[in-house]
Design a binder for this molecule. Structure first.
Ligand code: ZN
Ligand code: ZN
Length: 353
């Protein structure tokens, strides 16, 4: 019995209806831009139009998943299915269904009561299965390969956009299904912007160059950040870099099953504060990820969540000084009973190119 169906029965409903791409993929194993997935007592019904139905039938999906061809409209097929099964109450994901969509559901599936529920799949999506872990491992191995490739591409005169484009091309060429998120490649003063956008400027010499990037594989994301220097780092840059590196190592050392997320944040933040840069670390230490690049829980100062074995977390402290630049170092780790496994294998010592 699926987690989603269990949640549905707890709410007095006979199933869970997913209209968003992420949850639909999670419960069915099939990616599509449109469709609906209904988790009911006997399995998962995946409603797809003819752009997707044939591919889904041939995708070797789990036995519990039945693909339903929707030649005359998705709502119509869901309605017919619900009538056949005697379904008159469904839960829907409250964070994924818009008000407009709910109105459409109520009109298209007249007679069915919809109950919005937050986080229907609960912790099941947080604790990764063997198959999910394998996808993330592959995504990260492509990402690590990309980092070593891009080191030979970075040189005087190239632009941030050229570097980002080369990285994206390399990841796709080396097996990525797509990007986990838009690549961040920001140089010089712009490296002080944690989510800066690559531009047409050539890389600044003797300055930080921050690369935050990831691939997706089987729908699952990887996420890493390295900061390098084109030219030479001065003493202050070296001090900033090494502080972030120590903070990142302290954060990773704190990750373990049963540990509070806020304590991982405190371990990393403490190192940065002790070095006098506390005011310049302006975001959380890390986040979970999976089908989405940012998933719950997060290692933030106020989080009340606890880490559990099988969760993936990033550990990514940074120091950002306006008009000077910034450093962030990010690895992705799998929480285990006695610590964590670091899935990121790229070197972390300061690299000057
Ligand atoms: Zn990142
Ligand atoms: Zn991240």
């Amino acid at each position: 019995m699926s987690v989603a169906y269990k949640t549905a029965t707890a709410h007095g409903a006979q199933g869970a209806l997913f209209t968003d791409g992420i949850n639909r993929r999670y419960v069915s194993g099939f990616p599509s831009t449109e469709g609906m997935a209904l988790c009911h007592a006997e399995g998962v019904a995946l409603f797809l139009d003819m752009r997707y139905a044939v591919s889904a039938e041939n995708a070797g999906l789990a036995e519990e998943v039945t693909v339903i061809r929707c030649t005359g409209g998705i709502s119509e097929e869901v309605k017919r299915f619900a009538q056949d099964k005697g379904i008159n109450k469904l839960i829907i994901e409250s964070t994924a269904v818009t008000i407009a969509e709910l109105e459409r559901l109520k009109t298209g599936l007249e007679g069915i009561e919809f109950v919005p529920v937050n986080n229907i799949c609960g912790t099941a999506r947080q604790i990764k299965t063997v198959g999910e872990i394998a996808c993330i491992r592959k995504a990260q191995s492509i990402t690590d390969k990309c980092f070593s490739h891009i080191l030979s591409f970075i040189k005087r005169g190239v632009t941030e956009k050229e570097v980002a484009a080369e990285m994206e091309y390399f990841m796709k060429k080396n097996g990525a299904e797509g990007l986990a998120f838009e690549t961040i490649a920001v140089s010089g003063a712009k490296s002080a912007l944690p989510h800066g956008v690559p531009g047409d400027d050539v890389l600044t010499e003797n300055a930080f160059f921050t690369l935050d990037f990831g691939a997706s594989y089987g729908g699952y994301c990887s996420d890493m950040t390295r900061t390098v220097v084109l030219g030479k780092a001065n003493d202050e840059m070296r001090r900033i870099y090494n502080t972030v590196l120590e903070a990142q190592k302290a954060g990773i050392a704190a990750v373990k099953d049963g540990v509070y997320c806020k304590d991982v944040d405190a371990a990393a933040r403490g190192v940065i504060a002790a070095a006098g840069y506390g005011d310049y670390f302006t975001h959380s230490t890390g986040h979970s990820l999976g089908l989405e690049i940012h998933e719950s829980p997060a290692c933030s100062p106020k989080s009340g969540d606890v880490l559990r074995a099988g969760m993936f977390m990033t550990v990514e402290p940074g120091i950002y000084i306006e008009n000077l630049g910034g450093v962030r170092i990010e690895d992705m780790v799998l929480v285990t009973e006695d610590g964590c496994e670091d899935f990121t294998s790229s070197p972390k010592e300061l690299i000057e190119l």
